[in-house]
Design a protein around this ligand. Structure first.
Ligand code: AVI
Length: 322
């Protein structure tokens, strides 16, 4: 039998894919959805009418930008560090407000994609040239390590879009704890959390009739085909979404419509699927105030305040160190 040590895989993606597809039940990590095509599909998701998260958070920021900017500001310069900056559409609302009120700050957007950062920097040069931008390319993890070094000025850390929902509770606590460790007493964390609501609204957001979410989910298989010389026929898999109102967890699956064997040549692997066997691909956790406070407490943080949209569909919380 071959030695399946870390060294035999050409990348962490290859290793994780091997692990997920040889486990029972099968799984793949949702973070691998986001290659160039996955990023584009997520942009399309954010523009879908069913994907309420984007418009709800946009409304919260729009309605409360004056209060939020006031809370962020301080007598001295501060650093506004955004993790997972994306196209910055929502953040621009806050940046504009901070500039209009003459608050002194540097904006440090962090993203895994240099391309995304370059586009954002250029857009800001055109739209809000007064903002001092210092882009940081890297993963959340690398950046969290660097974050601790930014302690000469007050830090406001921004994580929008309920990205934390793609982590299990224990991963979310680790993520929050890493941020907490990098924070000083004056610093604050501003983070979006999608809320528990009518389960049908959640199901519609993750199972749109146009099939954009299906393509987004199946991009995992497309990426395996491209990068690992896989032979998935994506039409032989069905996108399936569930939502458990008790735990607040939405889960995405790809379900094999028939018994099949799929070769992944670079892994020297043939994966056997029974008819209707699943691959678990993503969780999108929904929260309430009690869960958010519990996560914060576990991570050494405390909720100072929250901002909600009119239906309490989405909330942005401000945290400080305990
Ligand atoms: C990025 N993340 C917060 C999205 C979510 O809502 O879980 C990813 C997504 N998955 C399906 N639709 C959108």
């Amino acid at each position: 039998m071959k030695n399946q040590s870390a060294t035999m895989f050409e990348s962490v993606f290859a290793e994780d894919t091997h692990k997920g597809l040889t486990s029972y039940p099968k799984f793949l990590h949702s973070k691998y959805i986001y290659d160039k095509k996955g990023d584009k599909l997520f942009q399309e998701i954010m523009a879908m009418p069913e994907y309420y998260l984007t418009s709800c958070e946009f409304d919260i920021l729009k309605q409360n930008k004056t209060d939020i900017a006031k809370i962020f500001s301080s007598e001295n310069d501060f650093d506004l560090i955004e993790l997972g900056a994306g196209d910055g559409k929502k953040t621009k609302l806050l940046l504009k407000e901070l500039v209009d009120k003459n608050y002194k700050f540097n904006y440090l957007p962090v993203d895994i994609s240099q391309n995304v950062l370059d586009e954002l920097e250029n857009a800001l040069k055109d739209e809000i040239p007064q903002v001092s931008v210092k882009t940081q390319q890297g993963t959340y993890f690398e950046t969290l390590e660097k974050l601790a070094e930014y302690n000469s000025r007050k830090k406001v850390i921004l994580v929008l879009g309920s990205n934390i929902g793609n982590l299990s509770h224990s991963e979310a606590v680790d993520f929050l704890r890493n941020i907490a460790v990098a924070m000083s007493d004056d610093d604050m964390l501003f983070m979006g959390f999608d809320q528990k609501k009518d389960p049908q609204i959640i199901m519609n957001a993750y199972n749109d009739p146009a099939g954009i979410t299906e393509r987004f989910n199946k991009n995992l298989l497309v990426r395996i085909n491209h990068e690992l010389d896989g032979e998935f026929e994506v039409e032989k898999f069905k996108h399936w979404e569930t939502y458990d109102p008790e735990t607040g967890t939405a889960r995405s699956f790809l379900v094999s419509k028939e018994e099949q064997r799929v070769k992944i040549n670079k892994l020297e692997l043939e994966v056997k699927f029974d008819a209707w066997e699943s691959i678990h691909t993503e969780i999108s956790q929904k929260y309430d105030d009690a869960i958010v406070s519990w996560l914060a407490d576990e991570a050494g943080l405390v909720v100072e305040r929250n901002f909600a949209d009119s239906d309490n569909s989405f909330k942005n919380y401000i945290f400080r160190r305990k």
